[in-house]
Write a protein that binds this ligand. Structure first.
Ligand code: SF4
Length: 201
């Protein structure tokens, strides 16, 4: 992985680029950079593995659909994430040419990555990085989505076989929108943070 090439590509797209060797180093950085604000988390295995909810909750107001509060569920917690100052999310695929790809079923993750926040942090491991945008899209559709369907116990053909997307019509389908960030969105401070470890699916 040529980190300098990656940095150049994402900086060209308007992002602040950071690289950390480990999940812990990344979490330490986020813990320092995000303080005294409201924070929303996209449901993400990478953020879960990092323990960012636990760390940031000590000195921020953090909402997470994967950590619903008393009387809340996934959806009500996700709703609160849409109006925070800061949003953290991972990606299902990233291209060495500087694009970010996400697939979503409910829409909270992609919505949070696009609009309504002062700062957005895209956090992902090197396993998400592919040479081209097409390969990043393929990764999102045929690797990340089936693995996530299986993890969530969905009744979909991909969850049974785990080998690829079958473009199903299942009520359990988790792939209802695919977003490609071609460039940083306008009027937002956005950082791309790459971790030199495998993280998430
Ligand atoms: S569209 Fe259906 S088969 Fe394809 S990855 Fe999504 S849930 Fe699985």
């Amino acid at each position: 992985m040529d980190i300098q090439k990656l940095q150049k590509a994402f900086e060209h797209k308007g992002y602040v680029f950071r690289y950390f060797d480990t999940l812990k180093q990344c979490c330490d950085y986020l813990d320092t950079a995000i303080d005294g604000v409201t924070v929303g988390l996209g449901d993400s295995q990478t953020l879960m593995e990092m323990g960012v909810y636990e760390r940031l909750s000590l000195h921020n107001t953090v909402y997470s659909p994967m950590h619903p509060g008393a009387g809340e569920d996934f959806y009500s917690a996700a709703e609160k994430c849409t109006h925070t100052q800061v949003y953290l999310v991972s990606v299902n695929g990233a291209a060495e040419t500087g694009e970010l790809v996400n697939i979503d079923g409910f829409g909270n993750r992609v919505a949070g990555s696009l609009y309504c926040h002062e700062r957005v942090y895209f956090v992902f491991g090197v396993n998400k990085i592919m040479p081209t945008l097409q390969e990043a899209v393929d990764r999102a559709k045929n690797i990340a989505a089936p693995k996530n369907a299986k993890r969530l116990g969905k009744k979909t053909p991909c969850a049974k076989s785990g080998d690829k997307c079958y473009d199903c019509s299942s009520p359990d389908r988790i792939c209802n929108a695919l977003t490609v960030h071609l460039h940083k969105m306008s009027r937002v401070h956005a950082e791309v943070i790459v971790i030199g470890e495998n993280a998430g699916l």
